[in-house]
Ligand binder design. Structure first.
Ligand code: IMP
Length: 179
């Protein structure tokens, strides 16, 4: 069945990865997490807005007792090497001594994840791992030990399944890539 292109802010996107492929990847990640965290009570730290669909679908596949927190990463101009500082907002939980799993929609350059991991480690959790639905290995600029990777994709801009192009496109079940 061929699907139609979509148009967001006058930019054209073409069908890329269907829902079934995303679901299979989410289930594989969930199965590994269920094994790795058996007997523990991890705290999942989901990064809004992009990870909301991934977090919901992943958590439905988990059988371990767990908690979930939703955070945001705010960027503002600063003096770091990338020219901006990223700060975690909304983490109310005491994460000291907890096993954390950060849930992200996509890791591109890795700037965001690197900054987030540094801030989380400073709060002295027992462990921190990352589960990302998508990763663009060609774009990665930091050595991040990302344990759970759903799907590797080339350097394309993608929307759907929680990911947006300037606010639009998060609602689609499938992933689309910019034409
Ligand atoms: P990074 O700091 O370069 O790894 O960028 C990560 C953030 O950029 C993600 O959390 C997304 O918000 C955004 N991003 C990167 N690539 C894409 C994409 O292909 N589609 C939508 N958002 C993206």
């Amino acid at each position: 069945m061929s699907q139609a292109n979509i148009s967001l802010h006058n930019k054209e996107f073409t069908p890329y990865l269907p829902e079934a492929q995303i679901t299979a990847a989410v289930r594989e990640v969930a199965a590994r997490i269920n094994q790795d965290y058996a007997g523990q009570t991890p705290l999942f730290v989901a990064v809004l807005n992009g990870s909301f669909m991934f977090a919901a679908d992943l958590l439905k596949e988990l059988t371990v007792a767990c908690e979930v927190a939703f955070i945001r990463v705010a960027s503002y101009a600063g003096t770091s090497s990338t020219g901006e500082i990223k700060e975690i907002l909304g983490l109310q939980e005491d994460v000291a001594g907890r096993h954390l799993v950060v849930l992200e929609d996509i890791v591109d350059t890795g700037h965001t994840m690197k900054a987030m991991l540094e801030q989380l480690h400073a709060k002295q959790p027992a462990s921190v791992e990352v589960a990302t639905l998508l990763i663009k290995p060609e774009c990665l600029q930091h050595e991040l030990n990302i344990k759970y990777q759903g799907l590797s994709i080339p350097n394309d801009f993608v929307v759907g399944y929680g990911l947006d192009y300037d606010g639009l496109g998060r609602n689609y079940r499938d992933l689309y890539r910019a034409v």
